[in-house]
Design a binder for this molecule. Structure first.
Ligand code: SAH
Length: 436
C-alpha cells in the first residue's frame, strides 16, 4: 500500500532505552531521524517515537532488528491536517506570506525556522487571531479540552546559583531563606491528594542541603502514601541522582533551557554552562522522565529569531512539557530595571509551540498570570493545556518570588481561567467551583 501523502514513518520501540539506542544507531548509520511525541493512536501519553523518512523505513527496520532493538510497531506519520484554516481567513487582511504558512499548517507540513520567525513577528490583528485560532484547534485535536491541573510546592528558596534574572539568586542578602520540613511538605501533598490532583511538583532553588537521601525520602513517602505523580524541578544534579529519583518513582522533571542563545544563556547564568544544561536535559530523557523545558520571553538582548530557535530546540529534543513565560524583572536583581517581557510575544510563542510541537503539555504559566490577571485565560485560548497551582504555604510564599509581584495561582483563579476559556476541569478533581 503506497500512499503518496506519507512522507515519514514513526517507529515505536519497546522501551525508552530501546528507543534511544535505536535512534543513535540509525543516526550513526547516516539515517536522518528525529524523536517526536507519539500520536495518541500509537502510544501512551508522551511516549516518544523515532521518525524516519519514507525511503529509509525498510533499511531502518532491518538495522534495528539486526541489532536487537525491540520494535513495537511502525506506523505512517499521517500529517495532522487542520482543514478550513485558509478558507476561514479569505475575507481578512493577511499577507501572502502568512497565507502560505497557514496553508502549510493546514496540510500538516513541517514548518521551517523562517516560517516560525514570520509567525512570531506578525503584528496584524487578523493574523494574530488566525494564529491563536490555529493553535487552539491543534490543541483540541492533540490533547482535547481538559485542562490538566497540577499542584506546585516551592519547598526551599536557598540557591547556590546567581542567575541574573532570578528573585531567589544566591547574592540576594536581604531575602529571608526557608526550607520546608518533610512533614510540612507532606501536609500540602495530602491536601493536593484530597482534592483529587494527580501530580505534585516539587520546586526549589539549587539547594544541596537537600541531599539525595533527603530527596529520596520525600519521593518515597509521596509514592507510598499517595501514589501521586511527582514532578521534580530542582535544577542541575549529577546523572546518578536523576537516575536514583527516577528509580524511586519520580515521573517528570522540569529543567528549562531558558534561552538557546548560547551567549545570552552564559550572560544570564554566570554559574552555568549551556552544553551541560542541554546534557542534563538529555540525561532526563534517557532515564525515561517526561521531560520538561521552556524559555523566558523578553530577556534583555533576546531576538525573535532566538525564540524561534528555542521552539525548534523543544521539537528536536522531543520535549514533553514546555513552560513559556514572560521575563518579569525581579527586585534586587541585576536585571531589575530591564523592561518586562511582552505578553503578546509570549502568547504568540505559546501558539507557535503548540503548532510545531503538537502533542505536548504547555502550562499557562505563573509568570504570565503575574503580569496580566487574564494571562492564563489568554494562554489557554492560544494553545496551553495545563495550570500549575501554587501551594506553597503563605508564610513562605513571599520569599519565593522568583519574579516580584507574583500573582497567586490558586484553585479559584484556575476555575475562572478554565471557565473563561470555555474548557473543562479534569474529571479527577474532587472539589467543585461552589466549594471555593
Ligand atoms: N532552580 C530550578 C527551578 C527554577 S525556578 C531550576 O534551575 O530549574 C522555575 C523557573 O522560573 C525558571 O526555570 C525560570 O524560567 C523562571 N524564572 C525565574 N525567574 C524569572 C523571572 N525573573 N522572570 C521570568 N521567569 C523567571
Amino acid at each position: 500500500m503506497m500512499n503518496v501523502e506519507i512522507k515519514y514513518y514513526l517507529i515505536m520501540a519497546g522501551s525508552t532505552s530501546h528507543m534511544l539506542r535505536g535512534d543513535k544507531l540509525l543516526k550513526d548509520k547516516g539515517i536522518s531521524t528525529s524523536l517526536v511525541p507519539a500520536p495518541s493512536e500509537y502510544g501512551t501519553v508522551c511516549a516518544t517515537a523515532i521518525k524516519v523518512n519514507r525511503e529509509d523505513k525498510e533499511k531502518s527496520e532491518k538495522l534495528l532488528r539486526d541489532n536487537n532493538i525491540i520494535i513495537e510497531g511502525i506506523y505512517p506519520d499521517k500529517p495532522r491536517k487542520l482543514l478550513g484554516l485558509v478558507e476561514k481567513l479569505m475575507d481578512s487582511v493577511v499577507s501572502p506570506e502568512f497565507m502560505t504558512v497557514l496553508k502549510k499548517i493546514e496540510e500538516g507540513e513541517e514548518l521551517a525556522l523562517e516560517d516560525i520567525v514570520m509567525l512570531l513577528k506578525t503584528e496584524r490583528k487578523a493574523e494574530k487571531e488566525a494564529l491563536f485560532h490555529t493553535a487552539d484547534r491543534m490543541r483540541k485535536e492533540v490533547v482535547g479540552d481538559v485542562v490538566d491541573i497540577r499542584g506546585a510546592i516551592e519547598f526551599s528558596n536557598y540557591c547556590r546559583k546567581d542567575c541574573l534574572y532570578c528573585g531567589i539568586r544566591k547574592s540576594l542578602d536581604n531575602l529571608s531563606r526557608y526550607r520546608m520540613s518533610e512533614n510540612e511538605i507532606m501536609e500540602i501533598v495530602y491536601y493536593l491528594y484530597d482534592i483529587g490532583l494527580k501530580t505534585v511538583i516539587l520546586q526549589s532553588g539549587e539547594d544541596l542541603w537537600w541531599t539525595p537521601e533527603k530527596i529520596s525520602s520525600i519521593i518515597q513517602r509521596i509514592k507510598k502514601e499517595t501514589k501521586m505523580n511527582i514532578t521534580l524541578s530542582i535544577g542541575e544534579r549529577p546523572r546518578e541522582e536523576y537516575e536514583l529519583y527516577r528509580e524511586l518513582g519520580a515521573n517528570n522533571f522540569l529543567l528549562k533551557i531558558e534561552t538557546t542563545n548560547r551567549k545570552l544563556f552564559e550572560f544570564i547564568h554566570p554559574d552555568d554552562d549551556f552544553d551541560h544544561r542541554v546534557k542534563c536535559s538529555t540525561w532526563l530523557r534517557e532515564l525515561g522522565y517526561l521531560n520538561g523545558s521552556g524559555n523566558i520571553i523578553g530577556l534583555p538582548g533576546q531576538t525573535i529569531e532566538d525564540i524561534a530557535r528555542d521552539i525548534m530546540f523543544f521539537k528536536d529534543m522531543g520535549i514533553n512539557m514546555i513552560g513559556i513565560g514572560p521575563f518579569v524583572p525581579a527586585k534586587g536583581t541585576p536585571l531589575e530595571s530591564y523592561p518586562q517581557g511582552s505578553i503578546d510575544m509570549t502568547l504568540k510563542a505559546v501558539a507557535v509551540t503548540r503548532i510545531v510541537c503538537k502533542r505536548v503539555f504547555i502550562p499557562a504559566t505563573t509568570a504570565l498570570a503575574s503580569l496580566d490577571p487574564d494571562g492564563q485565560t489568554k494562554a489557554l485560548k492560544a494553545g496551553a493545556n495545563t495550570i500549575m497551582l501554587i501551594n506553597t504555604p503563605p508564610k513562605y510564599r513571599y520569599s519565593y518570588q522568583i519574579y516580584s509581584d507574583k500573582n497567586m495561582v490558586d484553585l479559584k483563579s484556575a476555575f475562572k481561567a478554565v471557565e473563561e476559556a470555555k474548557r473543562k476541569m479534569p474529571p479527577y478533581l474532587k472539589v467543585g467551583r461552589e466549594e471555593m
